[in-house]
Design a protein around this ligand. Sequence first.
Ligand code: HEC
Length: 107
Amino acid sequence: MRTPLIAALGLICALPAFAADMPPKPVRLGLCAACHGEKGMAQIPGAPNLAGQRADYLRKALKDYRDGSRNVPLMRAAIGPVSDADLDQLVRWYSAQTPQPQAAAQP
Ligand code: HEC
């Protein structure tokens, strides 16, 4: 008889922990949001969506831009001045976002 009560309490206690899974807003998010959006949905044609992308993939892509092995001047300029700690924050932020439905791309 006490089981449902205990289960309910467990659920309530688990909720704040679930909400806390969202990483803090990165300090350098402003550098990226104009093109990739605050929540990782692209704001300009040609920019990829980042929401929900795997963190290891995002981290590698950004390091590749920074060391030039992925040579896109625009992204090299954007990520160049970002420290490793800030890069990591951005990666965790974008990876934790939920992709949103979007209008079909114009041909
Ligand atoms: C002026 C627009 C612009 C800004 C600002 C910008 N990006 Fe980008 N980003 C792009 C474009 C365009 C691409 C696609 C480049 C390519 O072809 O590799 C891209 C690619 C990426 C990719 C690779 C995605 C993939 O699927 O391979 C990541 C990750 C990324 N950007 C993160 C960031 C972060 C983090 C910032 C902020 C520090 C940032 N970008 C700032 C336009 C921008």
